[in-house]
Design a protein around this ligand. Structure first.
Ligand SMILES: [Zn+2]
Length: 177
């Protein structure tokens, strides 16, 4: 079989060109989370892998948690951004294991969450849950650790609502899951 036969009839298919994958990562770095528009899907660690398969981009995507209503939106945004950048019919593979953990949020992502007024997740999720201890959540406004949980659910299901006892400002905390 000739290599071209594999993709016969697939009009958008083409060979991988140099720089394609780096360019794809660059496009993905501009796709923001619909709930927290300052962090990209790359910052969040939602895009696990980008490869070239059968003449198209092939992505592995792990949603922040299964059942998160934003997942469909995120996948649609990813597909649209890649199509606009000239990658025809990118394939998205949704992978649920291993499950997403907030440990996958990049350092840049943490800084961006903080700058946006959302307390980034503290430490390793597994460690905190093993010890059964609530995480130490610092106020993104003044840095105080004197904070209290107001509600398990903040502005979205992925966040919890806290209040700082020092400056009395309420803020969202991106939950460790
Ligand atoms: Zn404060």
């Amino acid at each position: 079989m000739q290599p071209g036969e594999l993709i016969a009839g697939d009009r958008g298919a083409r060979a991988l060109r140099e720089g394609d994958l780096a360019r794809a990562w660059g496009v993905l770095a501009q796709v923001m989370d619909p709930e927290v528009p300052v962090v990209s899907v790359v910052d969040l660690g939602v895009v696990r892998d980008v490869a070239w398969r059968d003449g198209h981009l092939h992505l592995v995507v792990t949603p922040t948690y299964s059942g998160c209503p934003a997942t469909e939106v995120i996948e649609g945004d990813i597909r649209q951004a890649l199509e606009q950048a000239g990658f025809s019919a990118p394939a998205l593979e949704r992978r649920l294991t291993p499950a997403w953990t907030s440990d996958w949020i990049s350092e840049l992502g943490r800084q961006r969450l903080h700058a946006y007024g959302i307390a980034p997740p503290e430490g390793s999720t597994s460690k905190a849950s093993l010890l059964g201890k609530p995480p130490e959540v610092r106020c993104p406004q003044c840095g105080s650790a004197h904070t209290e949980l107001l509600s398990q659910f903040g502005s979205t299901a992925c966040k919890a609502l806290y209040r700082c006892r020092a400056c009395l400002e309420p803020f969202d905390y991106f939950k460790c899951i």
